[in-house]
Design a protein around this ligand. Structure first.
Ligand code: GLN
Length: 426
């Protein structure tokens, strides 16, 4: 197994001490570098914020410190969370500890690689369209994307705020659930957090009891997967069945529109959220010489990487007068349809299962020149964000090219159910 020198899992290595004793005392945590840490730079994987030092802690960081955790550093990531491989980071790619010729997945690739390589006991990632689950699957560890509103986003640098949640990455389901217990619950600083789930006990739910559990398998999320991935997925379902669960087919016809809808919404929100990086309040300076527009353009030209620029441009276009109805409104309609499909499916099943990613981890460099190919890799993860639902990725075997993850999706605030089901696979 490789160590961090060749993995590049961290952008900044700096210890942040606990403020109290608690359930995470003695444990080390890697924190994705788009989560604010007071006094420790928070770059979002971007040149734009290479020297940005937040004046306050994100709520999840405060909760980690109060729970006794030692933060060991800020984990590498795709720039502003935009990517599926951690190769769009301005600080160089992270490598997959399972096979260093391959990507760790993204955008929370540094977080998952750190956990898989034993560089941290636990990690926090963020998931806008799969960025916790994808790297968890590719690195052979566990990742949870919580229900929208379960975990505070206060202090998270926004990419697409209506879609994203901070989530735990850990070597086992129980450890991921323990970390979720620490970070979950309402926060007066984030008006989108909810009371639901606040007094759940996720760690206790990891009891492996799937007797009578009904698992829905949507053909739409399985048929496009690689053969090796499918074989591992089928074996995982058989294992759950052997332990008392039952599975049957369900249909989610709307998911065919999900990748398109996701990228229109995510890019639209990104174009708005990233407008603040103008070189005046935040970011590299554009060198003011009497012309503000030129100064903003200089700062953004220099500070942002190619993928971020592509998305800001496309997002601005999709939101502009004349195109708003054609793109953005249509994407919102598709989003509502995806939600409705999941709601209907959950009338007859407890969880919905699919491969987390349709393929094993890519080789480094393989997908970089083909953004569309990279976007399509998110087919199984983005529907969950559009519907604001919880999902877990748990290791489910390997192909010759690397680890496979099983994704289990639950109804809103159904984290205990997906944790229970996932723990049966370990
Ligand atoms: N790959 C997706 C994207 O690039 C998801 C990213 C994420 O969840 N932050 O938008």
């Amino acid at each position: 197994m490789s160590t961090d020198d060749d993995l590049n899992a961290f952008i900044t290595r700096e210890e942040i001490q606990a403020t109290d004793d608690g359930p995470l005392s003695g444990l080390t945590v890697a924190v994705k570098d788009n989560i604010s840490t007071e006094g420790v730079r928070t770059t979002c994987g971007s040149n734009m914020l290479a020297d940005y030092v937040p004046p306050y802690d994100a709520t999840v960081v405060t909760r980690l410190k109060e729970a006794g955790a030692t933060i060991v550093g800020k984990a590498n990531m795709d720039e502003f969370g935009m990517g599926t491989t951690t190769e769009t980071s301005a600080f160089g790619p992270t490598r997959n500890p399972v096979d260093t010729d391959r990507v760790p997945g993204g955008s929370s690739g540094g977080s998952a690689a750190a956990v898989a390589a034993g560089e941290a006991d636990l990690a926090l990632g963020t998931d806008t369209g799969g960025s916790v689950r994808c790297p968890a699957a590719f690195c052979g560890v566990v990742g949870i994307k919580p229900t929208y509103g379960l975990v505070s986003r206060y202090g998270l640098v926004a990419y697409a705020n209506s879609l994203e949640q901070i989530g735990p990455i850990a070597p086992s389901v129980e450890e991921a659930a323990e970390l979720l217990d620490v970070i979950a619950g309402p926060d007066p600083n984030d008006g989108t957090t909810r009371e639901e789930g606040a007094d759940s006990d996720y760690a206790n739910a990891a009891d492996g009891d799937v007797e009578g559990l009904s698992i829905g398998v949507p053909t739409e999320l399985v048929e496009g997967a690689d053969e090796g991935v499918k074989a591992a997925f089928d074996a995982a379902l058989d294992e759950l069945e052997a332990q008392g669960a039952e599975y049957h087919e369900v249909s989610l016809p709307s998911v065919e529109t999900a990748v398109q809808a996701y990228y229109v919404i995510a890019m639209g929100e990104a174009s708005s959220n990233l407008a603040r990086f103008d070189g005046v309040r935040y970011g590299v300076s554009g060198g003011y010489e009497g012309n503000w527009n030129e100064s903003f353009a200089n700062a953004r030209e220099e500070g942002f990487g190619e993928e971020v620029k592509r998305r800001v441009l496309l997002g601005t276009y999709a939101l502009s007068a004349g195109y708003h109805d054609k793109y953005y409104k249509k994407a919102q309609d598709a989003r509502a349809w995806v939600k409705q499909d999941f709601d209907e499916a959950f009338e007859s099943v407890d969880v919905i299962a699919s491969p987390t990613m349709p393929t094993p981890p890519f080789k480094l460099g393989e997908s970089l020149d083909d953004p569309l190919q990279m976007y399509l890799a998110d087919a199984n993860t983005v529907p969950v964000n559009l519907a604001n639902l919880p999902a877990i990725s748990v290791p489910a075997g390997e192909t010759d090219e690397g680890p496979v993850g099983l994704q289990l999706v639950g109804p809103a605030f159904g984290e205990e159910t997906i944790v229970r089901a996932a723990s049966a696979l370990e």
